[in-house]
Each structure stands twice: as C-alpha cells, then as structure tokens.
Design a protein around this ligand. Sequence first.
Ligand code: SF4
Length: 693
Amino acid sequence: MTATHCPYCSLQCGIELETRAGAVTALTGLESFPTNRGGLCRKGSTALELLAHPERLTSPLLRVGDELVPVDWDTALDRVAAEIRRVQERYGPDAVGCFGGGGLTNEKAYQFGKFARVALRSASIDYNGRFCMSSAAAAATRSFGIDRGLPFPLPDIAEADVLLLVGSNPADTMPPAMRWFEAGRERGAEHIVVDPRYTATAAAAHRHLQPVPGTDLALANGLLHIAIADGLVDEEYVRTRTTGFDEVRRAVRADWPDRVERTTGVPVAALRATVHALASAGQAMILTARGAEQHADGTDTVTAWINLALALGLQGRPGSGWATVTGQGNGQGGREHGQKADQLPGYRKLADPAARAHVAGVWGVDPDSLPQPGVSAYELLDSLGTDVKMLLLGASNPVVSAPNAAHVRRRMESLDFLVVTDFFLSESARMADVVFPTTQFAEEEGTLTNLEGRVLRRRKAVEPPAGVRSELEIWHALAARLGRGEFFPTEPREVYDELRRASAGGPADYAGISWERLDAGEELFWPCPSDDHPGTPRLFAELFAHPDGKARFMAVTPRGVTERTDVTYPFLLTTGRSRAHYQSGTQTRRSPTLAAAEPEALAEVHPDLARLLGLTDGDLVRLTTRRASAEVRIRCTRTIRRDTVFVPFHWPGVNDLTSARLDPTSRMPEFKACAVAVSRVPAPLSTPQEVPA
Ligand code: SF4
C-alpha cells in the first residue's frame, strides 16, 4: 500500500493505492489523513481510470504538416532546443514564454520558475493559478502581509459558531470537507451562504443571501456599514491590532442598507441579521472562494470581506477569521515558488534586490542575470505571436480554461512554436508543434501544499509507462541542450531541498519542512524556518506579517466593472465548477464514470426566465456574449436567480463567452459575470462561433 494524495483539488484528500504486478489495483480514502478522514468525492475515487487510460500519451509527438506523429525523445528535445535558440537569437530571451499550472508539485513549480529565469533568462512566465487564486492572494498579502488560503487547519471550521460562505460551494466542489461544516452545524453553529445560486451548500445552510452577480463588494461594505452604525465594531481589536480603519469607516458611510439592497438584491432584514449573527458569535468565520474572487474587482471584493472580519475582531481569534478556499490541487504551493511573473521561491518578490541576491545565491548565478518581472497570465497569452513567439505550456489547457478563449486560441495559432507537456492530448496539446508525455500522480515523488498551508508528500506507487518522463527530466534535458543542465537536478528530493534553501527567510518558509519529517508523519504547515520548528498551523494569533505586526484596513468601493446588461445582452452569465468535473476537463472528461455522470455542459436557467423565452427543460440554446456564442442545453431550476444563467466551465466553448477584463492588482479576469443573450436553436450541438465585430 502506498499512502499519497488525490490528484485533483486543493483538499488533497489522503488516499491509499494498492498495487499488484506493477499496476495500481485499488484506490481508497486514507482514514488517518485529517482533512478527509477516509472520505473521497467521485472525482478522487475514480482517479485510477486515468492511469492506464487508452488515450494516455506514451511517446513525444512532433508536428509534421497537420499531423502529430510519434518521435523519439532525442528528436523531440533537439527540435525544441533548436527552436528556443532560434527564437531567442532572433527576438530576444523574453520571446520564449512559459505557462505553468496549479496542479504541478512544489518541486515542478519551483523548477519551472527557475527554468524560465536561469535556462531561458526569460521574464515571460506565469501560470493558470492566476485565474484561480490571485485576487484572494493579493488581498491577503496587502491586508495581512502574507497569503495562505486557510490561516488555520480545516477542522477549525467545526469550531465556528457562525460561518459565512461567500461564493463557495464545497458541497459540490470538495464534498469530503463538508464533514467539518456538518460537525459545526451539529454543535449548533449557524451557517449563511452568499451565492447567486441556491447551491447544495446553500441548501444545507440556515440562511441564503442571493445577490446579483458582481455585487459582493457592495454587500460586504453594506454589512460593515451596519456593523459600524449598530455599534458592533470591536474597537479594542481595531485599535491594537490594525491600522487604517478611519478611512474605511468614511468609505462605507454612504452604504446605507436600503441602498445596498437596491444594488445587491439582498433584503435589509437579511443584511442586518447576517452582520448581527457574525458579531454576536463567540467564534465566527468568513470564507470566500472563486464566486467572490473571479472578478475585475476581485481583490477589492476580498478586501471588503477582510475589512468586515477585522472590524468584528475576528482575524487571529481561535475558530474565527477570514479565509479563502483554494481550488487547484497545488493551488497554494504552486503560487509560492516562482511560477508567477513577479515572484521568486518562498513568496519572494522578483523586483526586490535582497530577494534576488538570496535566490541567485542558492542557484549559483549572478543576481543581475535574473530577468525582471513579466506580465500576468492573460496578458502573456494575449502577447502570443507578437511579443512571445514560442511557448512552453505545462499542466494547463488555456484554450478551454482562459477567459475570452476564442481570442486566446487565435493567439496560440499565431505562435512560431508551441510545446505542451501533458499526459493527454488536451485541446491545447492538439495545437502543439511538440508534445511531451508526462507522469501522473501515482508515478512520481514530490510534495504539494494544500489549502491549509499543510505540506504533503506525493508518493510513487508504480513506474510510469515506457516512454513517459517527468517534467523535471524534460527541463533538465532541455537545459542541458542550452548549456545549463548542471543547474537542473532531476531527483524530486534534491529539487525540494534546494527549494527549502531558496525559500528560507521568505514569507513562505519551507526550510524546516524536510521529506524525512513528513515521511515520519509530522503535520507541518509553513512557515517552518528550521528543523526543530513545529510549523505554524494557525497564523495571526498575536501578530500579522506586516513589519508593524498590524493588519491593514483598505478602503475599497465598487467600481462598476461588471459588463452592463442591455437590450441585446439582457441577462448575466456566471460560470463555475460542477460536481463531477475538474478544471478544463482534460482528465475528468476522459473518465468513463465522470463523463457518464455529466456528459455535457448544462446551462441553469430559472423556469420563469425559460417561460419568458419560450424554452423548456433540455432545449438547446445559444448563449451569446459580446465576444462569442456557444450552444448548450438548458436545465430549468429554481436555484438560480431569474436574471442569471449559470454554466459549468469544464467544456470547450464556455470560456469563449467570458470576459478578460482584468483586476488592476491581481490581474484576475472577470470570469464570474458578463452580459449574455439567450435564444433557442433547433439545431444539434455545434462548435462555438465568434460574434462578428
Ligand atoms: Fe480529490 Fe478534492 Fe475530491 Fe478530495 S475533494 S477526493 S482532493 S477532488
């Protein structure tokens, strides 16, 4: 039996793999792992369907005309190295870009960032986590001085007397985590859900607030206004543990409850009841997730919820405070060690001379040789074919998952050369000039960091299929062909030990978290600066991470960034995850069990809206936004607002519809709200079509 973790989401449920004759024969939940205690959702429990999948890539592929044909490794690697040299000699180092993923292990995320800066000397690197966690990360960093999704262990959720979930649906996205929510309710806790949809999570809660998509910031400011007006602010906490409250107090002065009701659609009585419940609880939590964060004002929206948590004196109190529920498997670790355009390992800043000197010292290179920060994920994708001529794409499928995806597809088509590493021929891989086949979760060693900041060991149960290599081997082989192979070890433990040294002294300090300690069963949360440090399960009990030890209130006001509806596009479109699928669906759409459970994207439409449009359940409709149109079937449900359509984003075409308007701080796109028209189509499903300019 091999104890390891699920390959999908950030809960990183513990699993055990049984092997026989070199193959994994069974997957079960690991009872001893503290977040899932043996529980698994249907994604995790069917993960074995992908290991020996008939579509698994087992040879490098090289484009010859319209075909991708199998070639040997040396041929593929030589060709990619030659293209890197050609492109960089002609256009400069930044013309070769890298785009990573939040599913990569810590070792791979670290090595990919180093590969871009040391092997390619390119500033052009970012990753798909920018589309997931960046607004919460930016808000936490500016408010607390550090970004860790949950600043407390997951079981603390059961300790909260009042829990407010904003744009979060763990009942569908991470069902094993619900045990902690259920434990809280069994103790008598009150749970309140804020979501435009009446989700499974909302159905289990005591109260559901159903705001207009894109109005969460106004809602949070409105609650803070009531807290101030009704004398609910913890003045002692605000005075001793925070700065900047006076400006925030002034900023929300005009957010009267009736005004907030008009903006958000949430009745005044519900606003008052919610904030009074939070303020009167012994322990209270506010959890946000992508519903609140994937907006062009996502950073400010999260900040508004943090402001409320600070004003009520929650942050750092046991069983209390704001937190965000991370999405991708290594959503936390993947954003700490250098895949981001502006970042060095340990959550250091690439523009900081001291950080550059420290990391360059660990890497054995001149600090001045490191490039300066590059541009964010969408901007990088938008520059393909113009500034960036060649792209190395790993563990990501942006032609399905990026916003305004039809445009991204055109940009990718305009590249000189595209290299994709994946274990399936994703929609993006089909466009590649070279595809490298990579290992899956059960075939590799490494670490990941889950939503709690807990560092976990991924353990190898079986050898990968012949012809498959890990990314660490691929990047070493490419670096060697570029004359820099000595900087890129291929053993995960060696890479991780280097990561520990590179992160030492940084905000996300892994220096004391060794594989030996993890394999001995220690539960270790970063920061953990030394071998004898116990790690930090709970942050902010006494100090925040800003130099003065205080949290910062930030005044934020709605900017009205959500696309306006009008007579042509009269409704709001929002997107999200479904229970059976994960991210771009590259993996889950290939799982026979999951594909059968949810074979296609179904748009949720309120029956009243369906009646107005002359539609019935199962009808094929065309959704048209200012960017593109896509055809999907509808599912009539009273769980959605009458003015809103929801579509899960795991299928090609859905993100052709979404907006690439970016948050000015986090560069998060406005995935969660755009204007849409809905019309019936009698024809069968067809490929999405762009709207003429
Ligand atoms: Fe895997 Fe997440 Fe499901 Fe757990 S909740 S089994 S980590 S997908």
